[in-house]
Write a protein that binds this ligand. Sequence first.
Ligand code: AMP
Length: 284
Amino acid sequence: MERVHDPQRMRHRVGTSRSGGRRVGFVPTMGALHAGHESLVRRGLEECDDVAVSIFVNPTQFGPSEDFAKYPRPFEDDCARLERLGVRWLFAPDSTTMYPSGEATRIRVGGPAEGFEAAFRPGHFDGVATVVAKLFHAVPADFAYFGEKDWQQSVVVRRMVADLLLPVEVVVCPTRREPDGLAMSSRNAYLDPSERALAPMIHGSLQRACEAWARGEGVVEIERDCRAWLSGLGFDVDYWSVVDEDSLRPLAGISEPPAGMPRILVACRLGRTRLIDTLRLPKR
Ligand code: AMP
């Protein structure tokens, strides 16, 4: 695996590979890699000839009171994992490369970038869209792999790709979970043992909702029940909502069936750790 820090060199590597007829996949990450990230890499390796992974802890997607400084950065362990998987290039730019002195440009996505995460993390998706656009320029791949766990992010990225006519196909991959159902996340490392024991109940709420949905219960009742259930267990629930997965429009109080599939979006805090999860529901 070649470690590349310079965007121009990275672009050249990908360009040479693609002009030789090879398909290139790209997995953007913030490092602290786990089996969820690995599943994106494996999917890329299945579908492409070469895979590039980026590791960049993007400062502009963290709010002032968020965990940017303490975000885990086990860089050499991450490199060893990617090397074992068979990744061809690791793109690891530094902050001044991604945000040169005097930088003054941001991408602002509306529509799906409003509400949910954006309501609790102002400016987050501007930071995500901006860094993803920069990364797509540095790593001009055929396919870019994102995780379903960050569903709103995946919708925002697809919106931006469509709106800016970016020549890349976004592939969204299923959420990898721990055996007890907790969605894998770099932030799970922040949980103390008692929080870690409770955290799978987020997934528990998704299953609880799934059963209620199958019994024909209404969206409003399901949301109310699941929020109260999680709160009763000790979670601070930021949101727990059933939405149309394409538009992210809430389904509560709406009688006509959604155009897209129904999907639960949940974010809650356990102590100082904020966790998110999601599940698609069957149409009914
Ligand atoms: P991050 O390093 O948290 O920015 O995540 C990088 C990519 O990995 C994003 O596209 C995430 O959605 C994806 N990802 C994170 N956790 C998981 C998971 N448990 N399963 C699958 N993909 C994931």
